[in-house]
Design a protein around this ligand. Structure first.
Ligand SMILES: O=C[C@H](O)COP(=O)(O)O
Length: 248
């Protein structure tokens, strides 16, 4: 049985004051026990978020360097993230792939760097609208998945969380229908079966892309959707908490 994970991704948004708003709301909130919450906040806020948010909330970086340390101005290592209290990190978010040129090899190197530091990589997968229209959705998503999985051993694979995020649904208000999302999630799970049945049964696969309080319950009710990676709606504490409630 896979426990639901609801992860917020603040992207390049937020402030100390927003962390305090979340700290206050989350410490008093009655949330379904089975649901785990996580927040991927911008680098400068990870440490303070760890100090102020309830310990039950997992903290994530939004990316990390593929290097352990050194002369890489502007980069942040997995060790640094772990040092300030993160235990997860997003890897291969579509904004990293498209805006910052991270290809499958770069994504793999970051997954390996995260695993090396004991962080849980949340590996993001997703197709563009052009790829969907060309009926290449599964080829693209499964290709991104295999580019990482093929290079890992079975223990490493078991430490990943996956997130399916159709690029055309991110920040656009256009959500994949529950059926469209489930179809891709099922294809991902079927591909995981090739590696290991137990891995396929246990791996959390999140959906991301304009998930909001009014569509979350239907998406989260799909058999192969194990949680959400929430962008815009994770900046409003009431919306984020409402989505968490839908996951219980
Ligand atoms: O990481 C989150 C996703 O990019 C989804 O963002 P969104 O909920 O604003 O569409």
């Amino acid at each position: 049985m896979r426990a639901p994970l609801i992860a917020g991704n603040w992207k390049m948004n937020g402030s100390l004051s927003l962390i305090d708003t979340f700290a206050e709301a989350l410490s008093g909130a009655e949330l379904p026990q089975a649901v785990t919450l996580a927040l991927a906040v911008p680098f400068p806020y990870v440490g303070v978020a760890r100090e102020r948010l309830p310990q039950s909330v997992r903290l994530a970086g939004q990316t990390l360097s593929d290097q352990p340390s050194g002369a890489f101005t502007g980069e942040v290592s997995g060790a640094m993230l772990a040092d300030v209290g993160a235990d997860m990190v997003l890897v291969g978010h579509s904004e990293r792939r498209t805006l910052f040129g991270e290809d499958d090899a770069a994504v793999l190197a970051r997954v390996q760097a995260a695993l090396g530091q004991g962080l849980t990589p949340v590996l993001c997968l997703g197709e563009t609208l052009e790829e969907r229209d060309a009926e290449r959705t599964e080829a693209v998503v499964l290709g991104q998945l295999e580019a990482v999985m093929e290079a890992l051993d079975s223990d490493e694979r078991a430490r990943l969380v996956l997130a399916y995020e159709p690029v055309w649904a991110i920040g656009t208000g256009r959500t994949a229908t529950p059926e469209q999302a489930q179809q891709v999630h099922a294809a991902i799970r079927a591909r995981l079966e090739r590696y290991d049945g137990a891995l396929a049964a246990s791996m959390q696969v999140l959906y991301g892309g304009s998930m909001k309080p009014d569509n979350a319950a239907e998406l989260l009710a799909q058999p192969d959707i194990d949680g959400g990676l929430i962008g815009g709606a994770s900046l409003k504490v009431d919306d984020f908490l409402a989505i968490c409630q839908s996951a219980g």
